[in-house]
Design a binder for this molecule. Sequence first.
Ligand SMILES: [Zn+2]
Length: 64
Amino acid sequence: MNGNHDVEPIDPVSQEDACPNCGERESDELVWLDDERVECQRCHTVYRPGAPTPDDEQTGASSA
Ligand SMILES: [Zn+2]
């Protein structure tokens, strides 16, 4: 999975919060843009931590 770096993250976020593109888990490299979006400073992917794979506009709201 993640065999790119030699060093382990100093302050890793949880697995589901990691960058879906490059797998970055170092919280220092993951910058919050707003309340629910994070930008990976390594590959500049913007994603929503904890959200299921963002391939569509699926917000997964099964309750109303
Ligand atoms: Zn990344």
